[in-house]
Design a protein around this ligand. Sequence first.
Ligand SMILES: [Zn+2]
Length: 636
Amino acid sequence: MNTKDELLGTAASIATSVAPTASARVRLRPVDGRGVTIRDGLLADRQRVNRTVTLLHGAEELERAGTLENLRIAAGRASGERRGMIFSDSDVYKWLEALAWEVGREPSAELESLACETTELVAAAQEPDGYLNSWCQVLDPAWRWTDLEMGHELYCAGHLIQAGIAQNRATGDASLLAVARRFADLIDDVFRGGPVKSTDGHPEIEVALVELFRHTGERRYLELADTLTTRRGHGTFANGRFDLDYYQDAEPVRDARAIVGHAVRALYLAAGATDLYAETGDEALLRSMLRQWDDLTAAKLYLTGGVGSRHHGEAIGDPYELPPDRAYCETCASIASMMWNWRMLLVTGESRFADLFERTLYNGFLSGHSLDGASFFYANPLQSRNGVRRHAWNPVACCPPNIMRQLASLQQYLATMSETGIQLHQYAASTIRAVAGHAGPVELAVETDYPWSGQVAVEVVAPGEGEWTLSLRIPAWARGASVDGASVPAGDYATLTRRWRAGDRVVVELDMSPRLTAPNPRIDAVRGCVALERGPIVYCVEQHDLPSGVDLADVAVDAAADPVDGGPVGELGGVPGVTLAGTVRDADGWRRAEYRDLRQLREQAPAGPARLTAVPYFAWANREEGAMRVWIPASE
Ligand SMILES: [Zn+2]
């Protein structure tokens, strides 16, 4: 009989971005990503586009933007001016992480050669003492550690560490990991053992250092993560350009009662603090994470899972400050939220975290990536009056390579394992090999057209030895759900404990009828509006799908009529549309003035009827530019 550690996999041997140690406080453990394949459907399609288009597009754009050239200059292989943002080295590291997961998923000589060549360049750019940051190296080496507020040196190091771990776990190649460790060792010497008693204005390194501890077994990295996390909240950046919330420096992490400040910083820090709890058992961190999650989901989260209400400071706003048109919802914030929710799921085993992961995945995350894979959104608003064109690359290019690494590793997030069995959290046509506790290795084949169909069939291909529990997430959005014909409650896992046999089949049915969603009345910006959802997908209406002569600004939805499934929208790859009953306001009077006497308005002729076609929000802005809205006024 194998030991528990051998069954569950040790940290260093499992190919996944999060690999808690054997003693970590987690209820669920990630499965080895190499044992999971998404075979078909929407997520498989997005992975295919990422592999065949986006990763290669990334190589071209990193070259065009000078991001790779900056490293060549730092390495002494080229001369010239450094170009791009202060943190642009991190774009290369995220892209390298994406290449690693992708090559691990399926070999590719082309992608391997890009990864190999770029890893060698990164290694060549590293200083003999381990320092690596082309901004300081090229512009002025004396700037090292002098601008922790905005310099992003540790932020970039965090992405380097994550890429090094990914490359080693996915492909076995340890060369980028060696570069990352040399830099991490220097940072530890300087920040914990040496003169610098501060931290970085942009969290990211915390989550990376905990993983480096998990991967190498070296405790100094965990202690450094703890030190850098604990240094926050004492006003280190009191004289900075932004307020302390922006830097996650207004309140110690363990004391925080609310989630505030720059959305990506807040969420990366939360992911790191959750990992730190998992490895140290520091309950104050977990309590803070639960408070912040409650605060986020009670009053600061967009329907799409997006986070960030303000362009100024890229910030999470006040409670209920959720304007659809001015929504920031940076794609990186959606990714950071998925990172945090995944870790909260592992720690607690509660389905609400997998629910939010799903909401974010299918809406606020996928919206950042065009259907053809070659353009991106940085901000993901829920309303646009004139339409927006996606960028082939952004001057601040944090989002595109972040999308790439998330898509290349998506198979890691479908399932987990525990001592008692296997848990399925995200449904996709897939093959899942995992270890069902003492029942040993099992294999499941999932057949489904999710998220378009609510029917999910799970077949046991290899049943393991003895009894174990299959847990199936029943999303909180489901109005009705059944497992093998028996009704089950939404918002929890349905569990089946059996001595399984090869060929056993379980069928989950989730009610996917389109549904109208009302906002909390305290959200002033969308009061009186409704949104449309179908399964996990948030829908929107685009000007493109309205009859000619009808302006999206004049449209209302009949909230008393049930939306019904429409046909596939061919221009958007056949995604299913949904038809809404609505009205078109007689806007003529309004076009002459902004404001009118309320009594005159009441006398206005009734609006005419209209049938509206809604499309998945993530697929918007893939045709010609035009208006879009998620929240639509309900007709009176
Ligand atoms: Zn970004």
